[in-house]
Design a protein around this ligand. Sequence first.
Ligand code: SF4
Ligand code: SF4
Length: 245
Amino acid sequence: MWKKNGDFWEKKLNGVIHCESEVSETHGIEIESILELHQKTFGRKEVCQMRIISLLAKVDEDLCIGCKTCEFVCPTYAIEVKDKMSKVDASRCTGCWNCENRCPEHCISMIGREPFIARVDPREVDQDKLKALCKKAKLHPKQSVCGCTGTKAEEVAAAILKGAKSVGDIGLMTGASTGCGEICLQNCLRLLEAGGIKYKPHKKGYQNYFKIKTIFEIPEEVFKKYPKYHFEEDKKLLEKMIEIE
Ligand code: SF4
Ligand code: SF4
């Protein structure tokens, strides 16, 4: 099954796998291993795109000064600093490297872990509710909402229908927001809002968790005032796209 070569496979594996592509060439891993992992998680093998997590943040307690930088940048709230010591909750860590990249004391390292998949199967939830949620958020279900993981709106909607209450929960369930954490953020917030969830940002977190206005919320008078920006045409086009079956 998993062939370990130092920590090569753990680092290469951590990320988004398009397992229909040449996995063995790009990641040095047999496609059958990926499919077995899918089987272990979901009870069936499936060729698809998936976010695999094979890394875990580990803090060197001798070096940590308790500055909380890691806590403020973790997209899934997997780190908490208590008594001036950073602690990682392994069950919430998605191996995104954010804390490792920003720790001023360089005391976080990424270590290998038993790989698992962050993926929600949109087929497992009520399809009418899923479509209604996407429509309310003004997103097409098949539209990609995360540039890093390629997660689709229907996956985020399914995560919300399965109980996700925050961008962090969505990240844990789908992988979205565990890359750059920027492009997908607005889409996740739109879907959470459409699901009736008022999201409260972390008190001191650096994550930019406020929703900005979309073209659907811009007042008509602004459209009229700036005709050269063709807001009306753009809005009509987007509305048409959302309706495509
Ligand atoms: S960023 Fe580094 S030094 Fe600061 S609390 Fe986290 S682990 Fe400790
Ligand atoms: S920032 Fe990323 S790597 Fe660090 S604990 Fe949070 S999820 Fe894990």
